[in-house]
Design a binder for this molecule. Sequence first.
Ligand code: ZN
Length: 673
Amino acid sequence: MPEKKEKFYLTTPIYYTNGLPHIGHTYTTVVADVIRRYKRMRGYDVVMTTGTDEHGVNVERAAKKAGVPESEFVAKMAEAWRALWDELGIPGDEFIRTTDITHVRTVQWLFKLCRENGYVYKGHYTGQYCIYDNAFVNDAKPGDNCPDCGRPLETVTEENYFFKLSSFQKPLLDFYKKNPDFIQPDTRRNEIISFVEGGLKDLSITRTTIRWGIPVPGEEPHVFYVWFDALTAYLSAVGGPEYEKRGYWPADLHLVGKDIIRFHTVYWPAFLMAAMLPVPKQVWAHGWFLMDAAKMSKSKGNVVLPRPIVNMLGMDALRYFLLRDVVFGQDGNFSYDALVTRYNSDLANGLGNLASRTLTMIEKYFGGIVPAADAAAEIQEGFWGDVKGLAQALAQSDQAVGSSVIWRYEKCNFSNALEAIWTLVALVDANLSSWKPWALAEYPGKRGILAAVLYNAAEALRFIAVLAHPVLPDSTAVLWKQLGQTGRLDDVRIDQLNWGQLKAGTTISRDKSLFPRVDKTEAIERIEAMANEELNPPKAAPAPAPSAPAAGASAAVAVAPTVSDKIGIEDFAKVEMRVGQIKTAERIVGADKLLKLTVDIGTEIRQICAGIAQYYEPESLIGRKVAVVVNLAPRKLRGVESNGMIVAASVGPEGRPVLTAFLEEVEVGARLK
Ligand SMILES: [Zn+2]
């Protein structure tokens, strides 16, 4: 009989569908995935829910703008979100859409329960309303203008259903007291407690002015308003009214951004208490990733997208950075520079290099077979004793032990967990350097010590693969195979690691490097170029050669080459190429591959960046005539605006750029066809 597993249910927010996911949403979903993997490695039956919040006036408007029915608009959006999570390897086990019929039923059922229990009444809501946008503007005063369209607002009163939130002040405060871990981190708990102590006002939960929403049965045109609808999705995803059959409710953990913590820790438990349903066990609020110290937003144009980073460095690199660089719960700054620096130092030069060194030496000195460590007794007490001791301390499953990585995962202290695992990476690395296996290998009499050194290094790598697996699922699975381990790493129990389980005689392999080192400047340029393209999809077909060499050999993580179908002449005609003459050329501080050029294209002088600095002296370019793609959307390379692209051939494995030239005299501004 299979052992009955304990269930664990966690959720990301149900993301609002008026835009597409950026790194902030990706962060929350990655964290949920890390916890999911960690809990599975502890033997839990885990369900993680994510989804899309699809109702409300903003969606109504966006659909109108796109000229499609709301249902079509949200279906497309939901698909885009789902597809991105699939692509990034972080799909929800459940993906709930607030337009799903199971969700509609659940919201209506929850309302019915609250009403039957006496917590719902009909009242009047008075607010400032924009007739043009058909929307109330929260927090506006009489006489204000609409923040969306600038028209004057009107004071409008409408009939609403209200939820008696005011009745829950005491029950909520009692609940927080009894469940001190309900709101995390602690700073947020104190914030919420003082908010609730300040008194709670009843909450309007329906609208008659919004059309695109879940109808209140028998009370049309009332539809449910925002939170009563959206929050309930967590319950809908695991059975709704039949939640007991599936057995995942109450949720163990809701992960949310700090801006929506109040709704999750005040409204949501109050709705559930009113319906006499079980209340979630924990809500964890994380901080924001700031870009240049500002909150990322589409309107500020400082959005970081996940896909270009993943294409360049791999998903594990992004996951590692997001969890390592910022203490979970606090705000963090996002920069490509920090991302690539982390990648090179911790992953390429750290774990990647250690794995490659160890496996190469086992291959070289022991024919690719893990040697027995029997003769190791004499050195166990020395440096390798430290490694063993550290590895065992990190893998300690007693959750009270502070040095344990498991304890840190349990406390959502991801940054600290990774830091601890990397102390083991550093220690093994230092030991290899001081024991010098390559020197030991020269003395047949030291074969036993050599075997012990390499056995211990390989065994430490096995520990690292298991402990880091929740954060680095792909690369640790590769390492696991390289260490000759069979079975799925996901099925290994993270809390049952014992030193010495690596069997002597195991055949290792060394098929690929885990984290190829990248050239920082070039990696950032390529990520920025891809991000530009995704944010401003080019109207023209891709030009023949990019201005920055696209496939430098040092950027060893290849972007899948796009196989281009043949294009018609009308597609080619979309690319406007003209003869330009270079007026000035200078190097860009901090970007050793880029030149900043000004180019006369006949009608105007353009600033264009080109990735040719390693092959052309700036002075040699002045006056030169080149082919320029002039209708490329402007983009920023290393922070410098580039308005067009210089055409160059890409030669040899390093993609050395060779500029086009004209053998006959051509006029500046002449079109290339
Ligand atoms: Zn308006």
